[in-house]
Write a protein that binds this ligand. Structure first.
Ligand code: NAD
Length: 486
């Protein structure tokens, strides 16, 4: 575990010497003192990123060479897969196999963007057809500049990869701030950057509280672009800060994603996808399957099976063999989720399963897998993101009603539909107002495909070639080529 920030290619102790506690959510024990930066450290990090961008040592490097660095980072992550996955579990609480999956995905993300970096030089310039023969014009793609990346705690290294990999591929330099709940693997990424010889200033990693460290990145005039994943209220704040200097911005915020199950669907398959969609990562997933809409005929059998399966989930320390559901990430998140369940009850909902602290644990932020029914349509349980292992289930009659209920949300991150009738599934998929739509499944996520939200779930798209766009500007270059005077 590291005790320094990563600034300008070197480990750097915070100028004011601050630290903060890293807590293992399974035991509530302090396992490390992580470095706590201040605005002064952020200033050094941004200056290093600015210099590394402006001197062209990274931004003008052939894409194939930037790609080579990204591939080296991916290889180093894979070499240390088990060790980094273990750190992720200690910091975040998730079951080890999930952590291993995430860390492998993070390596895959660096590999994918290495490929796009390699292709970028050949695609950088596009001829623009003009209606006036006296001119020729081209559009040139250039990196945006210094990117400030602020990320949450639910997928610590993977969220870092989703931002750092495309930014570096595009030729941007980066200042990354991980969530204060989960800084350990981001600091391992710093160690890897040092090991692979990433040039100084290209990537900088500063840890500490969002209100100080994150805000200092948002406020810094030398940051050209902000990429944020986290809560809506902080997203608004970041947008407000970005507006002052007209910084480029991409936001990936929360959701309350519906899963519509028609009565021609297979109950067992539906239950399997719902279980995965809401209990994976303890439900701390922005696209989590948190609202399930089931057609009347299937409602009772599906609910029975879901409750049965939810009760069987093995809860435990993420490092224990066979654990399927670990603790929530922090005391704050645990309190928030239990408060949301209590509020659901007070608002008239029924707790069909779970609903409290997981029994048999004296320590750790364990919450039972919880199934809620009868949540009123105007209740917080139905409308607000809980970000825990809590799913609301209700019935619907017609396709039209299902679509209306599904879209009746200020969020629009993801939505899913399950039906044996392909035409109907396609119709409903087209009617969803959401950035990610799954048919006959829920949650599969591919580095190649665009990821992002409609409505209050965010702005812009990550992943795939769309993720690279976030870090590129387009320059028009038009030349007067005629013999004729203008
Ligand atoms: P948050 O939005 O407070 O934190 C996300 C990141 O923003 C962290 O790195 C944090 O340090 C930073 N931050 C906080 N205040 C900042 C500021 N003023 N300026 C700049 N950066 C700042 O999220 P949270 O408190 O960790 O979680 C709260 C809720 O957010 C959750 O319950 C959930 O609803 C939502 N959330 C969503 C996602 C997602 O993937 N969409 C991920 C995590 C949390």
């Amino acid at each position: 575990m590291r005790d320094a920030l990563y600034i300008d290619g070197r480990w750097a102790k915070p100028l004011q010497g601050g630290t903060f506690d890293v807590i293992n959510p399974a035991t509530e024990e302090v396992i490390h003192k992580a470095p706590s930066a201040t605005a002064e450290d952020v200033d050094l990090a941004v200056k290093a990123a600015r210099r590394a961008f402006d001197d062209g040592s990274w931004s003008k490097l052939p894409g194939a060479e930037r790609g080579r660095y990204l591939r080296s980072i991916a290889a180093a992550i894979r070499e240390r897969l088990a060790e980094i996955s273990r750190l992720e579990v200690l910091d975040n609480g998730k079951p080890y196999p999930e952590a291993e999956w995430d860390i492998g995905d993070a390596a895959g993300c660096f590999e994918f963007y290495a490929g796009l970096a390699e292709e970028l030089d050949g695609k950088r310039t596009e001829t623009v057809a003009l209606p006036d023969a006296r001119f020729v014009s081209k559009a040139v793609r250039e990196p945006v500049g210094v990117a400030g990346a602020i990320i949450p705690w639910n997928y610590p290294l993977l969220m870092a990869a989703w931002k750092v990999a495309p930014a570096l591929a595009a030729g941007c330099t980066v200042v990354l701030k991980p969530a204060e709940q989960t800084s350990l693997t981001a600091l391992e990424l710093a160690a890897i950057a040092i090991d692979v010889g990433l040039p100084p200033g290209v990537l900088n990693i500063v840890t500490g509280p969002g209100s100080k460290v994150g805000q200092a990145i948002v406020d810094h005039p030398d940051v050209d672009k902000l990429a944020f994943t986290g809560s809506g209220p902080i997203g608004s704040k970041i947008m407000e800060g970005a507006a002052r200097d007209i910084k480029r911005i991409s936001l990936e915020l929360g959701g309350k994603s519906p899963f519509v199950v028609f009565d021609d669907a297979d109950v067992e398959e539906a239950v399997e996808w719902i279980m995965f969609g809401i209990f994976w990562n303890q439900g701390q997933v922005c696209s989590a399957t948190s609202r399930v809409l089931v057609q009347e005929n299937l409602y009772a059998p599906l609910l029975d099976r879901l409750v049965e399966e939810a009760k069987r989930i093995r809860i435990g320390d993420g490092l224990a063999e066979g654990t399927l559901l670990g603790p929530l990430v922090s005391r704050k998140q645990y309190d928030n989720v239990l408060a949301a369940i209590a509020k659901a009850k007070a608002d008239g909902a029924t707790i069909a399963s779970g609903g409290g602290r997981a029994p048999n644990f004296n320590k750790g932020y364990y919450v039972e897998p919880t199934v809620i029914t009868d949540a009123p349509l105007d209740s917080d349980a139905w409308r607000e993101e809980i970000f825990g292992p809590v799913v609301c289930v209700r019935s619907f009659g017609t396709e039209e009603e299902a679509v209306r209920l599904a879209n009746d949300s200020r969020f629009g991150l993801a939505a899913a539909v399950m039906s044996a009738d392909d035409e109907r599934a396609e119709r409903v998929a087209a009617a969803f107002r959401a950035g990610i739509v799954w048919i006959n499944c829920s949650q599969p996520t591919f580095t190649e495909a665009p990821w992002g939200g409609y409505k209050q779930s965010g702005i812009g798209r990550e992943l795939g070639r769309w993720g690279l766009e976030n870090y590129l500007e387009t320059k028009q270059v038009t030349r007067f080529v005629s013999e004729d005077p203008w």
